[in-house]
Design a protein around this ligand. Sequence first.
Ligand code: DP6
Length: 324
Amino acid sequence: MKATARAHTNIALIKYWGKRNESLILPANSNLSVTLDGFSTETTVHFQEGLKKDSFRLNEQNVEGDALGKVAVFLDKVRALSGKEIYAQVQSVNHVPTAAGFASSASGLAALAAASSKAIGLSLDDTELSRLARQGSGSASRSIFGGFVEWQMGEREDGSDSFAVQIADKSHWDIRIAAVVLSKTEKKVSSREGMRRTVETSPFYAGWLEQTAKDLQEIKQAIKVKDFEKMGSVAEANCMRMHATTLGANPPFTYWQDTTMRVMQTVQSLREQGIPAFFTIDAGPNVKVLYLPEDEDKLKKQLQATEGVEDIIISKPGSGISYR
Ligand code: DP6
């Protein structure tokens, strides 16, 4: 009763921002991401008779507290599905280039869903796996698949039609995503808390929801016909609107830091020089930049010269879940 799975993280081009059901993790809007080949989590789950509780080792260190709690709550769902009352040892390694501060719940929960369901003897297809991973962390539903992925919000109360589907595989389009590592980062508001506060208190949230459905249709068309300018500009605008909702929350907050804005300005200046580059930002200060392979040298140079930038990690569209 042991299995190992690897999942890559993803970056949303159309953000998931707000839930319509907190406990089942059902989103208020459909959303879309690219799976990144540069960041992954590999997880081994070993269910064993005789264990009195679950344990969790991350990057060779024992983990207790909230992080263990999150794993155990997720394994409870897997146990409920299988009807087996048995605990597990979980070991995870985040393959994130050194000290980048990019550990992600998307790759973590996707790998945990895949390894635990296999280890306990459930044979789930990718759709069922996406639905399961979603209940650990919403964005993890998308990391089951490679390439360009849409998480369809669904309509049903029980969440059975809320899962991710692949829009195009990783070979569809040779784009690049640069993850810009900042020298100092602090995430004060988790994405879970941030989206909850925004939904409950921000008057801008309704505007976000209305526009994001249109953004999704536009970006799907842009991906289909490989219109890079279109895809990038829709993704950047969608990111700006998501972050705008946080300024209207009570109490208001932002994930941006001074360096976040400097990187955004570098990207705008690259565009003024005729280089198609577009940024997007999740629930933290780090910036990801979309660009085409031929512009890599110029782009890296100018990002690296931006004050407060420590490193740049380049990804291509990556693959979905794999087992070892
Ligand atoms: C801003 O998937 O981390 O990155 O479902 O509460 O675990 P929970 O949230 P999470 O939220 C990700 C939010 C985001 C946008 C996105 O990835 O779509």
